[in-house]
Design a protein around this ligand. Structure first.
Ligand SMILES: *[C@@H]1O[C@H](CO)[C@@H](O)[C@H](O)[C@H]1NC(C)=O
Length: 218
C-alpha cells in the first residue's frame, strides 16, 4: 500500500492589519478585557518544526503557516483560565489552503476524546463552509457538541476575518466585518470548568479527534 502526504496549509495572520479587534489570528475577548492570543502557542513551534513557518498575510503582512498534520499542543492552563469565560468573542483571521477544514483550535479533555471548547470549519455542499462552535462539558458529555453552526460562502485560499460573539443565550457570527447571523443557544454549563490536565490544540484537536487536520492518505 502506498500513501502520499499532501502539504496543506492554514495561514494565520500575525500582526495588526488595521481592523480594530482583529489584531491577532485567533483571539478571545471578554467582558473583563482579557485577551488571549492563540498564536502564542504556535510561535514556539516556529523554531522547532519546519512545518510551521513564516508566511505572508493580508496585504503581505507577516503570517504563520501551519501544515496539515502538525500537532501544536500546550497545557490549557498556560493560556486560559480554569473557569472558562461566561461571555466572550473569538476573533479569527485565516486563509485555509483547501476546503477540508478542521479545528482552528480546541480545548480538549485530558483523554483527548472530547472538545470542551473549539472552533471547527467543515465543508458544506459544493460552495459553502460550515463554521461551528463546539461547546461541551467533558465531565458529563459523552461526545463533543456543536452548539452553533453557520453556513458561509467558502473561503478557501482567501484571507478571511470572522468573529463569534458568544453570549449566554446567543451566538452571533460576524463574517467579513458584517453581522451575518445569530442563533439562540442554551449553554450547559454557562461556565466550563477545565481540569489542570486539559490541553489546548491549535490547528487541530489532538491525535484522537481527527476532524480535518489528519494526514491525508491516498
Ligand atoms: C454544520 O455542522 C454541524 C456540526 O458539525 C452539523 O451538525 C450540521 O449538520 C452542519 N450543517 C451542514 C449544512 O453541513
Amino acid at each position: 500500500m502506498r500513501f502520499l502526504l499532501f502539504s496543506l496549509f492554514f495561514y494565520f495572520f500575525t500582526i495588526s492589519n488595521g481592523f480594530d479587534g482583529f489584531a491577532n489570528p485567533i483571539e478571545f475577548e471578554t467582558d473583563e478585557d482579557t485577551e488571549v492570543d492563540l498564536l502564542v502557542p504556535v510561535e514556539s513551534s516556529l523554531n522547532t518544526d519546519e512545518r510551521v513557518f513564516r508566511a505572508r498575510g493580508i496585504d503581505g503582512l507577516p503570517a504563520i503557516g501551519i501544515q496539515r498534520g502538525v500537532v501544536i499542543a500546550a497545557p490549557y492552563r498556560l493560556y486560559l483560565p480554569r473557569k472558562f469565560f461566561r461571555e466572550f468573542s473569538i476573533l479569527v483571521t485565516v486563509k485555509p489552503s483547501d476546503r477540508r477544514g478542521g479545528y482552528l483550535f480546541a480545548a480538549v479533555n485530558p483523554f483527548d476524546t472530547i472538545v470542551d471548547i473549539g472552533l471547527l470549519l467543515e465543508p458544506a455542499g459544493t460552495s459553502q463552509t460550515n463554521i461551528s462552535l463546539i461547546y461541551s462539558n467533558s465531565r458529563t458529555d459523552g461526545s463533543s457538541r456543536a452548539i452553533a453552526s453557520f453556513l458561509v460562502p467558502q473561503f478557501e485560499q482567501i484571507w478571511t476575518q470572522f468573529a463569534l460573539e458568544v453570549r449566554l443565550d446567543e451566538v452571533i457570527l460576524y463574517f467579513k466585518c458584517v453581522r451575518y447571523s445569530a442563533v439562540h443557544v442554551t449553554r450547559v454549563p454557562e461556565q466550563l470548568v477545565m481540569d489542570d490536565a486539559h490541553k489546548l490544540y491549535i490547528a487541530g484537536a489532538g491525535p484522537l479527534i481527527k476532524t480535518g487536520f489528519e494526514v491525508f492518505y491516498l
